[in-house]
Structure formats: C-alpha cells, structure tokens
Design a protein around this ligand. Structure first.
Ligand code: ZN
Ligand code: ZN
Length: 381
C-alpha cells in the first residue's frame, strides 16, 4: 500500500462520493500550484489529486479498500492502469480550473482503448482446501476483443474518421473573459467526445465498443494457506476494456466454510476434547481428528480441565512459506452428573482412602456445607 488516501483527503473511510469531492475541492484550492508554487506544496497537490483519482472512482476505491493501490501497481507494472492517454492530473485540473489554452495544457485526443474493469469472484473452500490448496474451474462472464473489428469498433473495411469539429484534436477552444484577462478555455469536443475521431459506420457485432461479451472457463490454482477474506489477483484475467483496451484483473475472494470441529486462529487450529473424570485421573490415549486423519493423543494421568495439548505442525500450511501452524487441543474434564448407588459408594471409599472429607449426603438447605459457608461469606457473616 503506497499511500493513505483517506488520510490525505482528511476524510473517513465511509465518506460518500460527495464528501470525497468536497474534500478534494477544498484542498485543491488551498494547494493549487497557481496559488502555492513551492515544490513541497506542489508535491502535496499531486498526492491529494492521486487520492481523489482513486477514491472518486467507485471501482478503484473498491480495489483500494481491498488493499490494491491502482497507482502502486501501475508503477510496478510500468503501464498506466487506466489505459494510455489518460492523465488524471490534467483531467482533474481541467475539470476544476479549466485548461489554460496556449499555456501548459498539452493533451491530444483521448484514445478509445481503455483498460478493462477488474472483476471479483468469491470462492468457497472448506478448511482442508484452505490448508492444502485447491484447484477450481471457474466459468466467468467477461468481455473479449471483438473478433469482427479487432477492437477498432468500425465495420469491416472502414476506419474511424477524423472529427470535423475539432480536426482531430479532441478538444475545442473558447475565449472567455475573467478577472485576469482573456483566457482561452479548452473543452472536450462535443462532436467526438474527445477522441478526435468518429465512428461513421460502427462495427455491427460490437456496436462500436470494440469488445463482445462471452463466457469462458479458466482453471485456477489456489495456494495452500489461504484464509477467509484472502484476495488472489489474477493479472489480466478481467474483462477487456472499451476500444479493445488491455484487460483488467480478476480477483478471487476466498470464503472459508466454518468447520464443525476446528476453529482457525491464524494458521493454528483449536478444538475441544471432553474426557471422563476417571480417564483424566488415570490417563488415556485418545484418537482425535486432524486435517491429516486420526491422530493419537496421550492424556497424561492427572490431566486437568483447561489443559492444552499442542500437536505441533498439524495446523494449516503457511501461505507463501514452509511449515504449518499447530493443532491445539483443549481438554475439558467431565464430572459425572448421575451416579448409581454402587458408583457413589466407590467414590466415597476413594475419598476416604485419600483422606478427603466426604459430606454425609447431598447438600441440603441450611446444612453447614461448602455452599452454605459460601452463602454466609456473601452475607458478611
Ligand atoms: Zn466489433
Ligand atoms: Zn472532435
């Protein structure tokens, strides 16, 4: 993650689009290079513009919230994620302050080809698949380059024609008066929408969009160690952009189904095993379920409720690494709730042998047993 865009714009993460816009406008007025030409302010201006570019676009904002910074990835990939010819800074300057004709604005016509949107698919996996990895065949509805026009958007044998209104520049100029004198304003050409060309005869198959919708199947390998909420980025597996632009990315969002026995905490698994009182006292060997099948666990004589027994390396595989988490068994000792006469007699004999004071019978109200002493203590006697 390159930058805290919400922090830069001084807004909350749940800010509405309107609030994003207002925050940006306010800061942009304050930091605009015309007002504050010093390099530090200009740098900040660029930062908030970048933040606005991401947060004002619902799709990019969603990506950013998922932990993908469109600007960071573009730097890594060495290509603009928004398609060629797209300059967020210039576009925003134009939007808010108007481009000064004859000044520094040097943009030509926009290209029709734009990067395709990203897509997200949720995949449900059980705990074992999350731990050891899985392979899935996915059928995705997506858009591919139109086979008839190869993305150009024009009918076979024809090509886009230069726009008559702007002469191919994609913008038209207009002179207006302002408080600093006459200003030449450049506006997006209404004839071609800024493309500089018009599609006189759009492609009949894609209606000029340069892409067609289709359904295709892809096989994906999900690595071992993923967990609920993990996002896997499949670069270039999203849909192709308008005008045959480069494809967006496909994100797989992992949903881990709850397990009936194990609770996952990081890469450790926790489960509870209930053992009878006598087994806890005498010790026993239990067979417990693990991700690798049944495992023998030694309960040592004298085990207590709340004791934990770790099975090292029997948890979930670490993502992008070697080794595994642990399986942690929490022991609960079960005290019998119903005793028949013989069992009660045996336990009383045991108590006598151990020199433990056994009450003569069941606790009765008023009897000077443990509970009544406790009650007295509460009543301050
Ligand atoms: Zn076409
Ligand atoms: Zn035009």
């Amino acid at each position: 993650m390159a930058a805290d865009y919400y922090g830069l714009l001084k807004i909350r993460r749940d800010a509405t689009q309107d609030e994003v816009k207002r925050a940006y406008r306010r800061l942009a007025r304050e930091l605009h290079p015309d007002v504050n030409p010093d390099p530090e302010t200009q740098e900040r201006f660029k930062e908030i513009t970048q933040a606005y570019e991401v947060l004002s676009d619902p799709e990019k904002r969603r990506m950013y919230d998922m932990g993908v910074d469109p600007f960071a990835s573009s730097a890594a990939a060495g290509a603009s994620p928004f398609g060629q010819g797209f300059n967020p800074l210039n576009d925003l300057l134009d939007q808010f302050f108007g481009a000064a004709g004859g000044g520094t604005a040097t943009r030509g016509p926009r290209t029709r080809a734009q990067r395709g949107r990203n897509a997200t698919i949720r995949i449900e996996l059980d705990l074992s698949e999350c731990s050891f990895g899985a392979t899935r065949e996915l059928t995705v509805d997506t858009a591919v380059v139109c086979p008839t026009c190869s993305g150009e958007g024009t009918a076979p044998g024809t090509h886009p024609q230069t726009c008559d209104i702007c002469g191919g520049r994609g913008e038209v100029s207009q002179v207006t008066r302002s408080f600093i004198g006459q200003v030449m304003m450049a506006r997006v050409c209404p004839g071609c929408g800024g493309f500089g060309t018009v599609l006189v005869r759009p492609c009949p198959e894609c209606d000029g969009d340069g892409r067609v919708r289709t359904r295709r199947t892809i096989k994906v390998r999900i690595p071992a160690g993923v967990e609920d909420g993990t996002h896997i980025q499949l670069a270039g597996e999203g849909e192709v952009g308008p005008g045959g632009g480069p494809p967006g990315d496909l994100f797989l969002e992992i949903v881990q189904r709850p397990h009936e026995i194990f609770e996952r905490q990081g890469d450790d698994l926790h489960c509870t095993v209930t053992i009878p009182m006598v087994a806890a006292a005498l010790g026993a060997t239990l067979s417990v379920e693990s991700l690798d099948g049944p495992a023998d666990v030694d309960i040592r004589p004298g085990s207590q409720s709340g004791q934990v027994i770790p099975l090292y390396g029997q948890g979930v595989k670490h993502l992008n690494g070697n080794g595994r988490g642990d399986l942690v068994i929490h022991v609960t000792v079960e005290t019998p709730t119903k005793l028949d006469a013989e069992q009660e007699k045996l336990l009383r004999e045991l108590a006598k042998l151990r020199g433990e004071e056994a009450p003569p019978g069941r606790f009765a109200p008023g009897q000077q047993g443990f509970f009544s002493r406790l009650r007295d203590a509460f009543n301050g006697r």
